[in-house]
Ligand binder design. Sequence first.
Ligand code: ATP
Ligand code: MG
Length: 586
Amino acid sequence: MIGTKGIVTAVNGNMVSVRFDGIVSMNEVGYVKVADKRLKSEVIRIRGEISQLQVFEITKGISIGDEVEFTGDMLSVELGPGLLGQVYDGLQNPLPQLAQAAGYFLERGVYLDALPVSNMWQFTPRAKPGDKVERADTLGTVPEGSFTHRIMVPFNLYGSYTVSWIKPAGSYNIRETIAELKDEKGNAVPVTLSFRWPVKRAINCYEERLKPSEPMVTRVRLIDTFFPVARGGTYCIPGPFGAGKTVLQQITSRFADVDIVIVAACGERAGEVVETLKEFPELKDERTGRSLMERTIIICNTSSMPVAAREASVYTAVTLAEYYRQMSLNVLLLADSTSRWAQAMREMSGRLEEIPGEEAFPAYMESTIASFYERAGIVRLRDGGLGSVTIGGTVSPAGGNFEEPVTQATLKVVGAFHGLSRERSDARKFPAIHPLDSWSKYKGIIEGEKVAYAHGFLRRSAEVEQMMKVVGEEGTSIEDYIIFLKGDLIDSVYFQQNSFDEVDAAVKPERQKYVFAKLLFILGSKFTFTDKNDARTWFNKLRQKFLDYNGSPWKSERFDKLESEIESAVKSQSQGLDKTAEKIIY
Ligand SMILES: Nc1ncnc2c1ncn2[C@@H]1O[C@H](COP(=O)(O)OP(=O)(O)OP(=O)(O)O)[C@@H](O)[C@H]1O
Ligand SMILES: [Mg+2]
């Protein structure tokens, strides 16, 4: 089919206005022809015979009268085996191949196959001729790394189909027809190992959405114990410049208890992304013993790449996540940073001369952010299996001001909030998640009552600390001072986690529960000291021992030794548990 044609009538930054002749639809892809290049663009507004397109490339050289070809297709990605381990740009071009094809200074207008066409995949059929199938039903499988990749009926085949024939077990590439389906009218539909899906449409081939309930363990104590994330849930990490958003996401991407991690680096500095790219292939996945990269996809749109592609990269990432969810897998999508995406939205809205909302962000920004996070979820597939997409996004509010529109819009939709604090990162207290500002609506690995009890000490400790700033240590009662020391203890030995220590960097839930119980006992103990000096010295010693304990391998000889030392120190100083603690602990 020959698509609609158009002519450029105006250029404004990366937005072009095009007079067209025929039919054009929203979010349709068009190519602007400049010299011998075709620049990929997306229709973002249609008014009469004029449409506005955002160009995903640098628009230098485009002039009025240049030709535009509309494709009739929505902005889409290719789904099939071979996605894992890839590093893509926002338009799903594999970056390493792009570099090879075009040199290290990326050229515009070069678009490559998203999936390796020459790869042969070992296909095992599951369906047989005569089977009735619907979209997303499994026709067969191919192994992809350590996963069984399902070859499914393409999601855009609505209605019911009958399998006419299917290829026997064997090796095929993604372009070969491996089965033919017949629709209700008798039309033949060929199926290959891959198909395309529009990125802005959520993949919804499941039976039902469930309420996220099971924790997605990250092995970061502060998160799993205090501000948990659920499988299929959403969370956000707002934090000022340099407070540790990226590092926290990197830690999560390594240790989170999920099958597949998709990292969308959106508008961040190229240096950081390069670090991830270098680091990941060398890291070992504990579960498989293979490279971490084999279960990771990186979508990379750095600050030096065209702004419009930021939006594309976020949608590409979530679409890939939904695709793997259809295979009964648990996927974690990390977007860093959603503020850069919102800024791209603002820029485009300005060019469209829309009525601006707060801080010049478009009025629809809130609903756009909401509909992105709504694509997370745990679902029951038609075969009864479960799959999940969990989304964690960072927000970089200017000056660390959480009142700004992007943070606020995100807070309205997410289930957990890990607010990073400048004060804590400056004090090198990592992860710099603020223990008093942060919250989570999800259930964690430890009973809520116990967590709340421990958290209470932090709040009270902070109050005492404030008071001490005014009245001085002398004006503070010893009881209050002990509360302050208890709060400080839990902060130093449980909240802070040394990401450079082999043992302490990632703590399994079993160990978190175990150590938390020890800590709870200390918090609940009634201590008497002769004076504040005495109390401080005692707590300092205990803290040091506890830190060594945290650094000892789980259940090692050293671990046991330090534990009994801690216990006997506490026993000799404690006058028993307070009443609340007694109730909670026993
Ligand atoms: N968990 C951690 N343990 C030790 N150091 C950390 C930790 N988190 C962050 N840092 C330190 O803080 C620095 C900045 O962290 P990071 O790059 O993650 O900040 P950011 O919030 O992503 O910043 P930006 O807003 O610039 O993207 C790191 O280079 C590192 O030195
Ligand atoms: Mg960062």
